[in-house]
Design a protein around this ligand. Structure first.
Ligand SMILES: Nc1ncnc2c1ncn2[C@@H]1O[C@H](COP(=O)(O)OP(=O)(O)OP(=O)(O)O)[C@@H](O)[C@H]1O
Length: 591
């Protein structure tokens, strides 16, 4: 390696990793060995170097650091450090000492897997998880046996707190909210407050709640909140769950002690022992932290050409580099199902003269899908598969947007726009993790480009993707159509031919046609669900439903599809009433 390259590498490393070792942070040597041997971590990341000593000290903490910077180990390592040091050694009868609350099932499994690795040499500390979609009786049995560090989704945890008498949590010392803002966005606010009440952890001061196992010391509660993005709701949660917390990772732009206008709930600490104690005011217009090496672009596509352009870009990316991982985000489960079926089955050879010659799969890559309406077992299989695959395309709802750590994802495509800027940040955060390369591409219709200004307000700026150049790389009947000739994507021959082929393919397959109609309906519903300021940008009134139909490869008149939209929406409402759907679930239905 030449010296310039080495210097660059060193600079890059120093922007991610601290110059100290894990043991210098005060962690037990066996744990440091586990970090190295089981996880391959040589040195702590910057956020770990900041957070571990604070968390070891027992202080409550609010940790705000960019996606993929190692927040998980930042809280797990200090907990394990403490638990392994207790004498007498803890055992399963002592019940749960640490509770990690996460928004999704996949994140639950991910944290659990890391715990398993870290606890390899501490067999007396038992990790476990409970989450929606799993068998309650089996979970009850596991809780009865005792779980020292429990990872949970909030709804299921509350269920067990209320209904599982054998769940021992009298020794609880830590409550961690990982992806705190997402937990709240999903509408779990009430559950969280109930959980804090049931655990006697609201407003703290609840040190040593009476029933501790007598041989163990009385523990001071320590609560931790972590997220790459903060919002008003997190401030509220911080207020009701953290006592005199230390804030880690909040940069100066976000910390404006004198400003109170945007401050909703101030987390304050007036102690000064050399650690970073600050008054925090997170403003809703503050900027978000994104990995510096992430290349962010947008592509402006007229609605009717969206489908053809998406297919072309994915094809282009895999043809340029066959071995790569890409995630495409959609707004609804139905949209994922439709695009999954179509991308997997669509056959078209751009140079064939007749339909009979269209035997070749348009996309040859491995395609996976993930969303909240899938069976738990299928979700688990996809999650594991995408982790281990070297090359694959994952189509997903926002269920994959938070916290998931899929190695080596090179590109994130946001086909349906994310809505809140926080969601944008977390979606793109699935790539460019821990200093790795990463690209992101946001699809926008010409009527939606004001969204770029909304992102700008949060310090997120994107450049335009050279779509005409990409389309120009596809020969059609031996001819290459050069970029400059086509002012609009709609008129590009490649797009026109591909769109026609997609529409014929869908029309010929009744099941595909049905999937397309369902996807269309739920897409329109999701579009109408944009909130607040964003309603001004994503205005359903501005949509041309005929063009939206085209974007699902449908030739039908929008009014026909519109009828089925109404029927479906009535049906869902009826079902919702029958099931007594909570506000939370309604908010959650997109994922
Ligand atoms: N000290 C370290 N050395 C090397 N790799 C690390 C280190 N700490 C974490 N990692 C790796 O970095 C990646 C990101 O870590 P993690 O998932 O904890 O990030 P995060 O900050 O929680 O991200 P997000 O905000 O998306 O949830 C993981 O693959 C993890 O294994």
């Amino acid at each position: 390696m030449d010296s310039k390259k080495k210097k660059e590498e060193d600079t890059k490393k120093s922007e991610i990793f601290a110059s100290c070792s894990f043991s210098a942070l005060g962690l037990h040597s066996t744990l440091c060995n586990q970090l190295q041997e089981r996880l391959g971590f040589e040195a702590p990341t910057l956020v770990q170097a900041q957070a571990i000593p604070v968390i070891l000290s027992g202080r409550h903490a609010l940790v705000n650091a960019a996606t993929g910077t190692g927040k998980t180990v930042a809280y797990l390592a200090p907990i394990i450090h403490h638990l392994q040091s207790y004498t007498p050694k803890i055992d399963r009868d002592n019940g749960t000492f640490a509770l990690v609350l996460v928004p999704t099932r996949e994140l639950c499994l991910q944290v659990y897997e890391i715990l398993q690795k870290l606890l390899h040499r501490f067999h007396w500390i038992v990790p476990g998880y409970i989450m929606g979609g799993e068998n309650r009786s089996k979970e009850k049995a596991r809780l009865r046996k005792g779980i020292s560090i429990l990872v949970a989704t909030p709804g299921r945890l509350l269920d067990h707190l209320k209904n599982t008498a054998s769940f021992v949590h009298t020794n609880l010392r830590w409550i961690i909210f990982d992806e705190a803002d997402r937990i709240l966005e999903l509408g779990f606010g009430k559950e969280i407050e109930d959980i804090l009440d049931l655990l006697g952890s609201r407003q703290i001061g609840s040190v040593g709640k009476g029933n501790q196992v007598s041989s163990l010391p009385i523990f001071q509660r320590q609560n931790l909140l972590l997220s790459a993005t903060l919002n008003e709701k997190v401030n509220h949660l911080a207020k009701i769950s953290l006592e005199n917390p230390v804030t880690i990772g909040l940069d100066d732009k976000k910390i404006q002690p004198e400003q109170s206008v945007d401050c909703i709930g101030t987390v304050e600490s007036d102690e000064d022992d050399g650690l970073e104690y600050r008054k925090v005011t997170t403003s809703s217009t503050g900027d978000y932290k994104l990995p510096a090496q992430l290349v962010q672009r947008y592509v402006k596509v007229p609605c009717g050409s969206r489908l053809a352009v998406l297919f072309s870009i994915i094809k282009h990316l895999f043809e340029r580099e066959a071995s790569r991982k890409i995630v495409v985000f959609f707004s609804t489960c139905d949209a994922v199902d439709f695009h999954y079926a179509l991308l997997s089955e669509f056959r078209w050879s751009p140079n064939s003269q007749s339909e009979a010659e269209n035997t070749e799969r348009f996309l040859k890559c491995n395609i996976l899908r993930l969303h909240g309406s899938m069976k738990q077992e299928d979700r688990r299989t996809t999650f594991q598969a995408f982790k281990t695959e070297k090359s694959a395309l994952l189509l997903s709802t926002d269920v994959a947007a938070r916290g998931l750590d899929f190695p080596k994802v090179r590109c994130i495509i946001q086909y349906d726009s994310p809505g809140e800027a926080t969601e944008y940040v977390h979606r793109v955060g699935r790539t460019a993790r821990l200093g790795e390369k990463g690209d992101s591409l946001l699809f926008l219709q010409p009527i939606e480009v004001d969204y770029l200004q909304d992102l700008e307000k949060h310090g997120v700026s994107l450049t335009e993707y050279p779509i005409l150049k990409v389309l120009g790389s596809f020969p059609l009947y031996g001819q290459v159509y050069r970029a400059k000739k086509f002012a609009s994507l709609d008129l590009h021959p490649w797009v026109l031919y591909l769109q026609r082929a997609l529409e014929s393919f869908i029309l010929a397959e009744p099941s595909m046609n049905k999937l397309a109609q369902n996807a269309f309906c739920s897409w329109v519903r999701a579009y109408t669900a944009h909130r607040g300021e964003l309603k001004r940008i994503f205005m359903v009134k501005k949509l041309h439903l005929g063009h939206v139909s085209r974007s699902f490869g449908l030739k039908q008149q929008p009014s026909l599809v519109g009828q089925s939209f109404q029927t479906q929406s009535k049906k869902r409402k009826r079902e919702g009433k029958q099931k007594g759907l909570s506000r939370k679930r309604k908010a959650n239905r997109k994922t």
